[in-house]
Design a protein around this ligand. Structure first.
Ligand SMILES: [Zn+2]
Length: 292
C-alpha cells in the first residue's frame, strides 16, 4: 500500500506535470532551435513513463498538461497515461509564450492542442496551462478565449499577475468571470514573506531547495487547510539529458540538481497525498461531474 494512504490525510494537494521535451523550455528558446525540434533527441516519452511508474508505486494520480506537439509524436504515451487513470490537460500546441502570440495565434494554438488530445483520449480536455505561466497583464484576452474554446479551468497565472489584477485567491482556486463566461483559475501557491507574496511552486524551486524546505511549506499549507499545487516537468528527473547551449543563468537553472529530483519526488509522494485537478478541486469536480 502507498505510504500516503497509511497516514491521516488532512489535505489532498494537486500534482501536475507539464509534458514537453527538454529542448522546448522557454529558457532555451530561439527561432533557430525551434527549427531543429524534430532532429533533436526525444526523451519525453521515457521520462514521462518513468514518472508514471513512480506514481503507480505510490498509488497516486496526477494531471498531465501535455503539448499538442508532443502528443502528435507520442500518441501511445498519451493513451498509456489515460489507461492509468491520469487526467490529460493541455499545455498548448507549440510551447510559444502567450505574450509572444496574437489573439488569433493563441486561439489556434489552444484549439489545435485540445483537438489532438481529445482525439487521442476520446475524453473532454478541461484544463490549460500556458508555457512558463505566461498569461499576464499583457494578455487580457487569453482567459476569455480559453472559455470560448471550451476550457473550464486555467492554471497559468503567476503571483505577480494575481497582485496586479487584485485577484484574491481563497485557497488555490478562484472562479473568474470573463467577458465570455466564467473560468476557474488554479493558482500556483505563494507564501507571505515580510508582507510580500512570493511564489513557492515546484519546478526549479523544488530542485533548488532541500526537500525539508518543501516539506515545511506543504505542512504550513495543511495547517490552514489549503491545497498546494505542485508542478514538475519530465526532463527534471533526467540527469542524462543532452546539454543545450544557452545563457549561463538558463543552464544553471535548468540543469541544477537533476540527479536529486526523482528521490525528492518519492519523498513527496510518501509524505503527502496528491490527486489530479479534476478530482481534488471541489468546484471543478462538481462541474466536470467526476465521481468520488
Ligand atoms: Zn512548458
Amino acid at each position: 500500500m502507498a505510504a500516503n494512504q497509511n497516514r491521516e490525510v488532512s489535505v489532498r494537494h494537486v500534482l501536475s506535470f507539464d509534458v514537453e521535451e527538454h529542448f522546448q523550455v522557454s529558457a532555451f528558446w530561439s527561432n533557430a532551435r525551434r527549427q531543429q525540434w524534430d532532429r533533436l533527441e526525444s526523451r519525453v516519452e521515457q521520462n514521462t513513463l518513468r514518472l508514471a511508474d513512480l506514481l503507480a508505486q505510490a498509488q497516486t494520480k496526477a494531471t498531465f498538461f501535455i503539448l499538442g506537439w508532443v502528443a502528435e509524436r507520442h500518441p501511445g504515451l498519451v493513451k498509456a497515461l489515460v489507461k492509468q487513470g491520469h487526467e490529460i490537460a493541455s499545455h498548448g500546441y507549440g510551447h510559444e509564450l502567450v505574450t509572444r502570440q496574437t489573439e488569433n495565434e493563441f486561439r489556434d494554438d489552444i484549439r489545435r492542442s485540445k483537438g489532438v488530445l481529445e482525439e487521442l483520449t476520446g475524453e473532454m480536455v478541461f484544463g490549460y496551462r500556458a508555457p512558463s505561466f505566461s498569461i499576464t497583464d499583457q494578455t487580457p484576452w487569453a482567459l476569455p478565449i480559453l472559455v470560448e474554446e471550451g476550457y473550464r479551468y486555467d492554471s497559468s497565472i503567476n503571483a505577480r499577475f494575481q497582485r496586479s489584477r487584485k485577484i484574491r485567491m481563497q485557497g488555490c482556486v478562484q472562479e473568474i468571470l470573463t467577458a465570455a463566461g466564467p473560468i476557474f483559475e488554479i493558482a500556483l501557491p505563494t507564501t507571505n514573506l515580510c508582507g510580500i507574496q512570493l511564489p513557492v511552486p515546484g519546478g526549479g524551486y523544488f530542485r533548488l531547495l532541500p526537500y525539508s524546505a518543501s516539506r515545511i511549506v506543504l505542512r504550513q499549507f495543511e495547517k490552514t487547510g489549503t491545497q498546494f499545487v505542485m508542478y514538475l516537468h519530465p526532463w527534471e528527473i533526467d540527469p542524462d539529458q543532452p546539454r543545450m547551449e544557452g545563457a549561463v543563468i538558463s543552464k544553471l537553472r535548468h540543469y541544477l540538481n537533476l540527479k536529486r529530483t526523482e528521490q525528492r519526488l518519492k519523498y513527496l509522494l510518501r509524505d503527502f497525498a496528491f490527486a489530479p485537478v479534476v478530482e481534488t478541486i471541489q468546484p471543478i469536480r462538481d462541474m466536470c461531474q467526476i465521481p468520488v
